[in-house]
Design a protein around this ligand. Structure first.
Ligand code: URP
Ligand code: ZN
Ligand code: ZN
Length: 600
C-alpha cells in the first residue's frame, strides 16, 4: 500500500479566476519514487497543495478536473532537442514554436535545446542569438546546453560567463563531425577539466569521427552513395569505442559525464561497464525515442526518402532487437534518461543527400511521441513500471541538469507542469496528425497505449479533449545552476554509496525529504501489465543487461520486492558485445544506393 501524504492543515482558497486556479481530483499521482492517490491544487503556475480532499476547502471559481482512473505525472522533460538548427546547409523545420507545440501535445513540458556556436564564434554571441530565436516562440519552458564546437582560451573564458551569468551548467563536446565540430582528445581533456572546475556537466556525442571519415571515403569510392552508407560508415563499435574513451577521459579529470544519444547495444554496454567501474560516480547515459521505437532496417528501404528520413547520428542499428535492449538498459539504470534529439527536415531537405549520403541532413522527429513510445515499449511491454517511466522521461533529467524539484516532480512548490495520462487509451502516430512542421514521422502507424489527455504547462491548460492550445512565447528560459547536487554530492563524496548501492539511495532519501519508498505492487490504479517489473525480472522474462546492476532503479523499487540470484543470470556483457559489436564485414543486398558485397 502506498504511503499517504502527511496530514496537512485545511487550506483556504481565496477566490480569483478559474484561469490560474485549477483543482485536480481523484487522480493517482506518480512520482519517480512513489505513487499515491491525492488531489492537487494549482495557483499561479505552481502546485500549492497535494493531499486529501478532506484537507482543503474548494470554493467556486476554481476549475475542477476529475482525473479518476488516470495517472497524474510530472510533465516530460526532453533533455535533447535541436529546434531550427542549421545543419548540412539547411535549417530544421521544427522551430521553437512548432517544436514546443509538438512537445506539449505529447506531454513534454520542458525541453533542453543546444546552442551550437560556429567554429570560431563567441559562445556569448551564439547564446544571445539562440535566446533571440527561442524566447519569442517557445510555448513551454526551456533551458540550453552549450556546444563546445572548437577550443581556445577564449572559449574556456566564455564558459565561465555561461555558468556564472547565463544559466548554463552543461556543455556538449563532439567526438564526431570531423572538420565541423569534432574535438581531439587533448581538447576533450581540456574541456572536461574546465567543466569540472566550473561545476558543470560534460556531455559527449560519442562516435569516432576519424574512423567515420575513413569509412566514408571507402564507401563513396566503392559506389555506396545511398542512405545505407550512413550506418555502414559508423557501425556500433565506432560508437562504443568513443563511449569508452569519453568515460575514461572524463574519469581521469574527475569530470561528470553525460553521454547523449546512446544508440547501440555495444555503446550501452560500454556505458554500463563504466558506471560499474566507477561505482556510478558521475557517469550518465541518455538514449532516444528513436532508438526505442524503431530501428535501422529502414536504411535498406527501397525508397530514398523513406531511408533518408531515418538518418541521424549515431544511426539507428539494423539489429531489430536493439530497441528492447535499450529499454532494458533504462529499466536497470544502466541508462538514465530518454531524449528525442528532435531535429526535423523535410523531403526536399533530405534530398540534398541524393547521390551522397554524407549530405543528408542528420535528424529525426521525436519530441511529440517520446512519452508515448517509452510508455508503449517500456510500461506496456512490462519492462518499466510507471515510477521508472517518470524517472526516465522527466525526473532524472531534472536532477542531472539541476532543475529538480522545480521540474520533474509533483509536489508542493513545484511548477505545475502536469500531465493527466490515460494508460489505457491508445493513439496511432502519424505525420497526418502530428504537430510537427515536418512531413515524415519515423513512428508512422505505431499504436501506443498511454495518451496525454490533459497537459498543463505551469498551470496553463494546453491540451484538453484532443485540442492543443498553446501560447507562443509563454515558455520561460530556465537557468540551470552549476553543481547539481544529484551529480556533485556523489562525485565529491558528500553522499556515500554503501556496499553495492550503485544508486545513491542515501542521496535519494535526502532529496526526497526522507519519504519512504513504496511497494508498487500496491498501485491502486489498474495498470496495463500483470506483474511488477521486479517479478518479471525474477521470473527470467527479461534479460539482464548487467551483472550486479539489477536492483538498480534509483528509487530502489526493484530492490524492495526482490533480490536476485546472480548465479542464475545468463547475461554476459562480453557475449553481448561479441554478438552486437563486431561486424567486420557487412553485406547489403539491394540497398537504394546500389549493391555492395562487403568490404574492409
Ligand atoms: O543526427 C543528429 N543527431 N542530429 C543532431 C545533431 C546531433 O549530433 O545531436
Ligand atoms: Zn549529437
Ligand atoms: Zn543532438
Amino acid at each position: 500500500m502506498s504511503t499517504s501524504p502527511k496530514p496537512v492543515k485545511k487550506v483556504p482558497i481565496h477566490l480569483q479566476s478559474a484561469q490560474n486556479r485549477v483543482y485536480i481530483k481523484n487522480g493517482q499521482i506518480v512520482n519517480h519514487d512513489r505513487t499515491f492517490k491525492a488531489d492537487i491544487y494549482i495557483e499561479d503556475g505552481t502546485i500549492k497543495f497535494v493531499g486529501s480532499s478532506s484537507d482543503i476547502v474548494i470554493p467556486g471559481g476554481v476549475r475542477v478536473i476529475d482525473a479518476g482512473g488516470r495517472l497524474i505525472i510530472p510533465g516530460g522533460i526532453d533533455p535533447h532537442t535541436h529546434m531550427q538548427l542549421k545543419f548540412g546547409g539547411t535549417v530544421a523545420v521544427d522551430d521553437f514554436y512548432h517544436g514546443t507545440k509538438a512537445a506539449i501535445a505529447g506531454g513534454t513540458t520542458t525541453i533542453i535545446d543546444f546552442v551550437l556556436p560556429d567554429k570560431g564564434e563567441s559562445l556569448v554571441e551564439a547564446y544571445d542569438k539562440w535566446r533571440a530565436w527561442a524566447d519569442p516562440k517557445v510555448c513551454c519552458d526551456y533551458a540550453f546546453h552549450v556546444g563546445i564546437t572548437w577550443w581556445s582560451k577564449s572559449v574556456a573564458d566564455e564558459m565561465r560567463i555561461m555558468c556564472e551569468e547565463l544559466g548554463i551548467n552543461s556543455f556538449k563536446m563532439f567526438m564526431a563531425y570531423k572538420g565541423l565540430y569534432q574535438l581531439n582528445d587533448t581538447e576533450l581533456l581540456d574541456a572536461f577539466e574546465r567543466i569540472r572546475s566550473l561545476g558543470g556537466v560534460a556531455q559527449v556525442h560519442a562516435e569516432n569521427g576519424d574512423v567515420i571519415a575513413k569509412n566514408v571515403g571507402k564507401l563513396l569510392a566503392a559506389g555506396i552513395t545511398g542512405p545505407e552508407g550512413h550506418e555502414l560508415s559508423r557501425q556500433e563499435e565506432v560508437e562504443a569505442e568513443a563511449v569508452n574513451r569519453a568515460c575514461i577521459l572524463a574519469h581521469q579529470v574527475d569530470c561528470p559525464l553525460y553521454v547523449v544519444h546512446v544508440m547501440s547495444k555495444s555503446a550501452g554496454i560500454e556505458l554500463a561497464r563504466a558506471r560499474k567501474r566507477y561505482r556510478n560516480r558521475g557517469i550518465f547515459g541518455e538514449t532516444l525515442a528513436a532508438a526505442l521505437g524503431t530501428d535501422g532496417t529502414h536504411y535498406q528501404h527501397e525508397c530514398f526518402h523513406h531511408a533518408a528520413a531515418h538518418i541521424l547520428s549515431p544511426p539507428l542499428r539494423p539489429d531489430s532487437t536493439t530497441p528492447e535492449f535499450m529499454m532494458k538498459l533504462l529499466a536497470n539504470d544502466d541508462l538514465q534518461t530518454t531524449g528525442s534529439d528532435n531535429c526535423t527536415f523535410n523531403k526536399d531537405q533530405k534530398s540534398l543527400g541524393k547521390g551522397d549520403f554524407t549530405k543528408i541532413p542528420n535528424g529525426v522527429n521525436g519530441v511529440e511521441d517520446r512519452m508515448s513510445v517509452v510508455w508503449e515499449k517500456g510500461v506496456h511491454a512490462g519492462l518499466l513500471d510507471p515510477c521508472r517511466f517518470v524517472a526516465v522521461t522527466s525526473t532524472n533529467a531534472a536532477k542531472i541538469f539541476n532543475l529538480y524539484p522545480q521540474k520533474g516532480r509533483i509536489a508542493v512548490g513545484s511548477d505545475a507542469d502536469i500531465v493527466i495520462w490515460n494508460p489505457n487509451a491508445t493513439r496511432t502516430i502519424s505525420k497526418d496528425t502530428h504537430h510537427h512542421a515536418c512531413d515524415f514521422n519515423i513512428f508512422e502507424g505505431m499504436t501506443c497505449h498511454g495518451v496525454p489527455e490533459m497537459v498543463l504547462v505551469r498551470g496553463r491548460i494546453c491540451v484538453e479533449n484532443g485540442v492543443v492550445r498553446v501560447a507562443e512565447g509563454y515558455g520561460r528560459f530556465l537557468n540551470t545552476p552549476i553543481r547539481p547536487p544529484y551529480v556533485y554530492d556523489v562525485l565529491e563524496g558528500k553522499v556515500s554509496l554503501k556496499g553495492d548501492d550503485r544508486n545513491g539511495e542515501d542521496h535519494e532519501e535526502q532529496l526526497n525529504g526522507g519519504l519512504k519508498k513504496v511497494n508498487l505492487a500496491a498501485l491502486e490504479i489498474e495498470i496495463p501489465y500483470q506483474e511488477p517489473i521486479s517479478r518479471a525480472l525474477m521470473a527470467g522474462n527479461v534479460a539482464m543487461p548487467s551483472e550486479g546492476s539489477l536492483a538498480s532503479t534509483p528509487s530502489g523499487r526493484a530492490r524492495v520486492e526482490s533480490t536476485r540470484n546472480q548465479q542464475e543470470s545468463t547475461f554476459s556483457i562480453s557475449e553481448e558485445l561479441d554478438k552486437s559489436g563486431n561486424r567486420a564485414c557487412i553485406k547489403v543486398r539491394n540497398p537504394p544506393g546500389g549493391k555492395s558485397s562487403g568490404f574492409w
